[in-house]
Design a protein around this ligand. Structure first.
Ligand SMILES: NC(=O)c1ccc[n+]([C@@H]2O[C@H](COP(=O)([O-])OP(=O)(O)OC[C@H]3O[C@@H](n4cnc5c(N)ncnc54)[C@H](OP(=O)(O)O)[C@@H]3O)[C@@H](O)[C@H]2O)c1
Length: 309
């Protein structure tokens, strides 16, 4: 099968398309024919080994010392199960699924193996592979931090960086909780953020939300650009400040995946897709995502040479 291999930590040039063997699922695993994946900020962090100094050694232990231990990156995917291990009960051959592989990576290939107990569920039939592939990384992160901020109906929530992967889901999910949402983005993305459900929008290129005199019950920095001290004067008393940067890694449970799959099926949330690339164009996709200005998600389409299987 073809797979994009990260040969060492470095620039997008370290990504090489190679022929490797199709993996064999263990007893508790399924083999997934991948139809779509994404390039996320997580992939960029792994490839560049962009780690805070204090986490340098633990991260090298987790990811691999000189290069990623799993050289096939890609933290989320959608595809079809083509074979199952002999102990697998939850899934069967032919199931269309979407999954978050997270730190296990492995999505940038024609096939990958996933534990049946992994963060994987059936893809709603009314949602494309491309859209389903681009939901879980952003939406699970947004859900985790909104809950950490104690999101509740009627609360005033400000989402800073409302136009990125995490931000676009944070706006939609905060509305699902019944919050009053203010989204902060640049001029070009204001309309999109409003269309996602934000009650108010603020253009960060024109004004700093801090200076408006408004206060919020939750300020969620979904892009890691505003410190707590930066936001203090806009926080209500007993308000919460949460950020994707420096408050640990979002914990994800299977219940969260099921909750998001249900919202997706009922079209209560959707994925904003900025660009599509083929797997052969993965380095190009990395370059674009690394610029830090994508709107929502960048999807990788994976095609298969059927004559080889
Ligand atoms: N802790 C965790 O568990 C966890 C999990 C997932 C992600 N993360 C982290 O979360 C961060 C965001 O990830 P992401 O994938 O959502 O990022 P992303 O999609 O790459 O963010 C890009 C978006 O951010 C906006 N942006 C850039 N600079 C901005 C600024 N100064 N003010 C406001 N908006 C700005 C851009 O809009 P403009 O073009 O309009 O500027 C663009 O739409 C990353 O650092 C990632 O590593 C953490």
């Amino acid at each position: 099968m073809k797979a994009m291999i990260c040969t060492k930590y470095g620039s997008p040039d370290v990504l090489m398309l190679k022929e490797v063997s199709i993996p064999t699922p263990k007893d508790n695993e399924v083999l997934v024919k991948v139809h779509a994946s994404t390039v996320t900020a997580g992939d960029i962090r792994v490839r560049t080994f962009n780690s805070p100094v204090l986490l340098w050694i633990p991260m090298r232990i987790v990811l691999g010392f000189t290069k990623p231990r799993n050289p096939i990156l890609g933290v989320e995917l959608a595809g079809e199960i083509v074979s199952i291990g002999k102990k697998v009960k939850r899934f069967k051959k032919g199931d269309q699924i979407f999954a978050l592989t997270g730190m296990k990576l492995g999505a940038h290939a024609e096939y990958t193996c996933i534990s049946e107990n992994g963060l994987m569920t059936i893809k709603p039939v009314n949602v494309s592979y491309e859209e389903a592939a681009s939901v879980l990384y952003g939406a699970t992160t947004a859900l985790y931090f909104l809950r950490k901020g104690n999101i509740q109906e009627g609360k005033k929530v400000l989402i800073y960086g409302a136009s990125g992967t995490v931000g676009t889901f944070a706006v939609q999910l905060a509305k699902q909780f019944g919050a009053e949402v203010t989204g902060v983005s640049s001029t070009a993305n204001l309309e999109m953020v409003q269309a996602l459900g934000a009650d108010q929008v603020i253009d960060y290129t024109k004004e700093d939300f801090i200076n408006r005199g408004n206060t919020y019950d939750i300020i969620f920095d979904a892009v890691g650009k505003k410190s707590k001290s930066n936001c203090k004067q806009a926080l209500a008393s007993n308000g919460s400040y949460v950020t994707v940067d420096g408050q640990g890694i979002a914990k994800v449970l299977m219940n969260d995946i099921n909750y998001l799959a249900d919202l997706l099926e009922r079209r209560k949330i959707h994925s904003v897709i900025d660009r599509y690339y083929s797997i052969e164009e993965l380095a190009e996709a990395h370059r674009y995502v690394e610029e830090g200005h994508k709107k929502g998600n960048v999807v990788i389409k994976v095609t298969h040479d059927e004559s080889r299987c």
